[in-house]
Design a protein around this ligand. Sequence first.
Ligand SMILES: [Zn+2]
Length: 202
Amino acid sequence: MFLALALMSDHWKAPDVPTNGTKPAIWTREEWGAKPPVLPMEPHTITRITIHHTGVKQTPQRDFGDKLRGLQAWSQREDQLAGGRTKPQWTDIPYHYYIDWSGRIAEARPVELPGDTNTSYDVRGHLLIVVEGLFPEDTLHEPQRQSLYQLTSYLAREHKVFPHAIKGHVDFAPGETDCPGASLIHEIPHLRLWLAQQEPWW
Ligand SMILES: [Zn+2]
């Protein structure tokens, strides 16, 4: 009750997207020219959805396919992180879905493979969605917000994820990250409540 009142009291606006789990347009790996995963991994079963930001400023001028292929190439080799730490070679992009600055959605890592992280939480069981931007420095554009809601509504049904199992990266790695950034973290309780008000699938 207290939570519902608190959520209603700020300026949240319902996204203009279907509330029945309709699949949004998703650019497939084949369409953007993904390479296959490069390392063997044990498959996992999705039990939760975890939201990230890319943590770097949006690049509206860069072609989306070029961005995805570049991110995959960086992910699939050993390389430097911002701050000079080394990251190991990963099998693929660390996240399963990517929402760009304009709200377009692409498949990233195959969903049956666990993701990767630079922090210390166990990523098995997590379906990882990344939203392009460094929040709150960047604007969470309304089409991005709408895509996040519609994609999550679709994926929660596909994988039978409870609304309360939708969280942000920082919930699993407090003190290690502020991902997905204040303006996106702020959306997550609204997203959970919006989903919980839909026809139950869990
Ligand atoms: Zn993150």
